[in-house]
Design a protein around this ligand. Structure first.
Ligand SMILES: [Zn+2]
Length: 371
């Protein structure tokens, strides 16, 4: 085993000796997977209760431990068909590398910019879609930090657990605004152009409200860019903005002389900008293994913790659980990393004393080695 990996496992072993990992609900129906070389070196593991799971973790000390979103009659049987799948939690996975940002670091790293972006998306998924459109309550949406650069939202309500792959795909299509047609959302000529009002539920209202907000901003160039309409149309809309906004409140879309196809283009453009990007495979795959909440992500040393308030979560501080005893490390790369309240300046060849959690993070990311 490489010296760094030995160090990482020693640190995790010390942690798991003092802390227990929480069992997921109905643990005896879940399949588990564990790995140290890869995220999952082997799967088809099963535990009857929290104690046996923790004994396994303390004995094997995997760098990564995952469990199934699915519930099975026989979770340890193989091949998969013999497990007898019963249902699966509904999972949404958001990862920082899905979004365009101005960061210029390696793909394996994260920073405040990309993590804020993914946090923002997770909040939008919950507040703009899962609660108002899919009808889940706040308490039914369990937010978990993935331990590295994203979030897993788990929904364990029975009707969600019973969803087929096709049903899950329809939810994803809704989130991505795929196939959204203005006509289906009420665009029609009734003497004048009618469309969804700002008060409406679902995509129609979301788009009308967003357009209304862009128009209220009063900047024609901004409106042209963000709504995908030509500048002359945008200028006409802004010149009559109070009337147009008033019209949108009533579902009247032709308070100003703008062609119907321009409005439809704006409609689709805004829909695309409001859609949420989640990892489609994770939601669709009802046999997927995902990080076990309250276990440590071996690639960072962060705990995959439950989150009470997503908007206030600090992914580079709140999941720090390893200790602060000092470790001497030698830098391998030049990189500044914020961890907790400090920025650690890793420099190739430079020796420094770091708190254990930072030494772990640096070693796991290949930024340093422990002396
Ligand atoms: Zn970044």
């Amino acid at each position: 085993m490489e010296p760094s990996k030995e160090y990482l496992r020693r640190k995790l072993s010390e942690y798991y000796d003092k802390h227990s990992v929480l069992a997921p609900p109905r643990i005896d129906q879940r399949e588990f997977g564990a790995g140290s070389d890869k995220k999952i070196d082997f799967r088809h593991l099963a535990f009857r209760d929290e104690n046996t799971m923790n004994t396994y973790i303390r004995t094997s000390v995997p760098l990564y431990i995952s469990y199934s979103a699915g519930y099975y009659e026989f979770p340890d049987k193989r091949p998969m068909a013999r497990k007898n799948w019963q249902s699966a939690d509904l999972i949404f996975d958001l990862d920082a590398d899905e979004y365009e940002t101005s960061c210029d670091h390696d793909a394996s790293m994260v920073c405040d910019i990309c993590m804020s972006r993914v946090t923002e998306e997770a909040v939008r998924l919950v507040e703009d879609f899962l609660i108002p459109d899919f009808g889940f309550s706040k308490g039914e949406i369990i937010s978990v930090f993935s331990g590295n650069r994203g979030y897993h939202l788990h929904i364990r309500r029975e009707d969600a657990q019973q969803l087929s792959q096709q049903g899950r795909k329809e939810l994803l299509d809704y989130l991505s605004s795929r196939g959204l047609e203005p006509n289906a959302l009420g665009f029609r000529m009734e003497g004048h152009l009618r469309g969804p009002s700002t008060a409406e539920k679902g995509w129609g209202g979301k788009i009308a409200r967003h357009l209304s907000k862009l128009i209220a901003g009063g900047d024609a160039k901004e409106l042209a860019k963000k709504a995908g309409v030509g500048l002359p149309s945008a200028k006409r809309i802004i010149a009559n903005k109070h009337e147009v906004i008033n019209g949108l409140e009533q579902g009247h879309w032709d308070k100003v002389n703008v062609r119907r196809d321009s409005w439809e283009r704006a409609f689709k453009h805004v829909a695309a900008s409001l859609s949420v990007k989640v990892d489609q495979g994770v939601t669709m795959d009802v046999s997927r293994l995902i990080r076990l909440p309250t276990s440590i992500h071996g690639g960072t040393g962060f705990v995959a913790c439950y989150i009470r308030n997503l908007g206030k979560f600090d992914p580079l501080k709140d999941p720090i659980v390893l200790g602060t005893s000092v470790e001497r490390v030698k830098g391998l790369k030049d990189m500044d990393v914020r961890l907790g309240d400090e920025t650690i300046e890793f420099r190739a060849g430079k020796e420094m004393d770091l708190p254990e959690y930072a030494a772990y993070y640096g070693c796991a990311k290949g930024l340093c080695v422990v002396e």
